[in-house]
Design a protein around this ligand. Structure first.
Ligand code: CUA
Length: 181
C-alpha cells in the first residue's frame, strides 16, 4: 500500500464490491431520496412566505400606475402617502423609491406592488429597531410583482436598495411608517 495518490495494488477493478460498502451505498441512496422528498414536500405543505404574483408590464406603464395611485392617495402633513385601499405601489428608480414614504396600519394585509423604471434594484425592508431583521426582494424593469405583506409591529421600517444601481445607489432609501390601527 502506498500513499493515497498511488495506484492500489493488483486487479482491484474486477473485485466484487464489498457487501458492507453496498449496504452503505444503499442507505445513502435511500436517505438522499428521502431528503429530496422532504424538500419537495416542505415546499408544498410547509409554512412558506407568500411569493405573490408577477406580471409583465412596460416600465413606463408601471410608472404611470404608480403616479395614478399617488394621485388617489391622501397625504399626511409630513408628506407621507395614505394608500386609498389595500394596494400600495412602490417604484424603484435611480435613486429613490417612488411612492414612499407611506403610512400603513399594523396587522393589516396589503398588496405591495413592486417594480422598477430603469434598472434592477434591491428592495430591502428592515425594522428600525433591528436592522438585521429584513426581507430582500429584487425588482426589475418590465415586471410588476405583487407581494402580500402584513406589518405586525408598529414602527418605522427602512427601505434601502441592496442591488448596486449606479453612483447614487447608497442614497436610495425610503420608509414605511406602520401605525397602530
Ligand atoms: Cu437602486 Cu441600488
Amino acid at each position: 500500500m502506498g500513499g493515497p495518490l498511488d495506484e492500489p495494488d493488483g486487479n482491484w477493478w474486477d473485485n466484487p464490491v464489498n457487501r458492507r460498502e453496498s449496504i452503505w451505498l444503499g442507505i445513502a441512496g435511500a436517505w438522499s431520496l428521502a431528503i429530496f422528498g422532504w424538500m419537495s414536500g416542505f415546499t408544498r405543505f410547509g409554512d412558506q412566505n407568500p411569493i405573490g404574483q408577477t406580471y409583465e408590464v412596460d416600465p413606463d406603464a408601471y410608472q404611470q400606475r404608480v403616479a395614478a395611485y399617488k394621485e388617489e392617495a391622501d397625504e399626511t402633513e409630513e408628506g407621507r402617502l395614505l394608500p386609498p385601499g389595500d394596494s400600495v405601489y412602490v417604484g424603484g428608480r435611480r435613486f429613490d423609491w417612488d411612492g414612499l414614504p407611506v403610512v400603513l396600519e399594523a396587522g393589516r394585509e396589503y398588496d405591495i406592488h413592486l417594480g422598477a423604471y430603469d434598472v434592477q434594484h434591491g428592495f430591502s425592508v428592515r425594522p428600525e429597531e433591528n436592522l438585521s431583521k429584513q426581507i430582500n426582494l429584487q425588482v426589475f424593469p418590465g415586471n410588476e410583482w405583487v407581494v402580500p405583506m402584513t406589518f405586525e409591529e408598529p414602527g418605522t421600517y427602512r427601505v434601502i436598495c441592496n442591488e448596486f444601481c449606479g453612483r447614487g445607489h447608497n442614497s436610495m432609501s425610503g420608509h414605511f411608517v406602520v401605525e397602530e390601527a
